[in-house]
Design a protein around this ligand. Structure first.
Ligand code: GLU
Length: 290
């Protein structure tokens, strides 16, 4: 076992489809090719978007395709106490503040939030992070240097005073994801390029919340039906058919340029891991599927 700790962190807003199973497989192969651990985290912090039964279906689908978390599944619904404590510390230390701007007010002024409530001393509303210590670049393992120029300091989402808790009390994705990656000791994040734009912001938050070394990021292609048209739950991508896991893995392997004639799930995955070690695939931002 090396120091590599990776993860797959789906939101249970529906069953896995080919695009999300693809991301899961890439994160799994990369972790195992590095002799690392692969952890599963269910990001169930947004009850209105959660589909009943989807969490268990995701866990079962992954298991059917040979992917089982190396530690007990980590659930965000068990983490509210930690989120709440972090928010109150940040507020106390004046590293976060309440904001009462509506979305319409913000948008009428600028596409990004321009820190209007920083000095307003509101005592309720959404909670925003005082984003003062920007990391302006990082090197993505598959996409190279990602840089946000200083000249765009307030124009770039990496430097926005992002929301940590919504007005309705729900914890925001960016806070939960960073606190949980810290808690799980994640060293390598492999996820879709749709999340690439959030990475600098999350690195900034990471440095503000811990002295722990930040993870290395690698973004794999998002599967699209046409340029810019992501396979997604919102676009009604069909759920993975758990009765044909071999065929599903073969479809994903073909997209990754991996080969296996094995007749078992474990055999296919073992071949994939072996090939990943010698020649990991070269990645683009999107991959078109039929
Ligand atoms: N839960 C997020 C999603 O399903 C992924 C978070 C992440 O990988 O950082 O899009």
């Amino acid at each position: 076992m090396t120091g590599y700790v990776g993860r797959f962190a789906p939101s249970p807003s529906g069953p896995l489809h080919l695009g999300s199973l693809f991301t899961a497989t890439v994160s799994y192969l990369d972790a195992k090719a590095h002799n690392g651990q692969w952890l599963l985290r269910i990001e169930d912090i947004d009850p209105p978007r959660e589909v009943l039964g989807a969490s268990q279906l995701i866990i079962d689908t992954l298991a059917t395709h040979g992917m089982v978390s190396d530690k007990p599944v980590f659930w965000q619904h068990n983490r509210h106490e930690k989120y709440r404590k972090t928010l109150s510390t940040l507020l106390q230390q004046n590293r976060a503040y309440y904001c009462q701007c509506t979305r319409a007010q913000i948008k009428s002024y600028h596409p990004l939030y321009q820190r209007q409530c920083r000095h307003a001393k509101h005592i309720s509303g959404a909670i925003r992070w005082r984003n003062d210590a920007p990391v302006i670049e990082y090197r993505d393992r598959w996409h190279g240097l990602q840089r946000a120029p200083y000249s765009e300091l307030i124009e770039h989402s990496a430097f926005e005073d992002c929301i940590l808790q919504r007005k309705d009390g729900l914890v925001a994705y960016n806070l939960a994801v960073v606190l949980d990656d810290i808690a799980q000791g994640i060293t390598h994040i492999v996820r879709g390029t749709d999340l690439l734009p959030t990475t600098l912001l999350q690195l900034n938050l990471w440095h503000s919340l811990t002295k722990q070394k930040p993870p290395e990021y690698a973004h794999c292609p998002v599967l699209v039906t046409a340029p810019g048209k992501k396979l997604s739950k919102q676009n009604h991508a069909p759920a993975i058919d758990n009765s044909k896991p071999l065929a599903n893995l073969r479809t994903i392997f073909a997209l990754l340029g991996l080969h296996s004639s094995a007749q078992s799930i474990d055999g296919i995955l073992a071949d994939g891991i072996q090939q990943w070690r010698t020649s990991p695939p070269a990645f683009q931002q999107e991959m078109i599927v039929e």
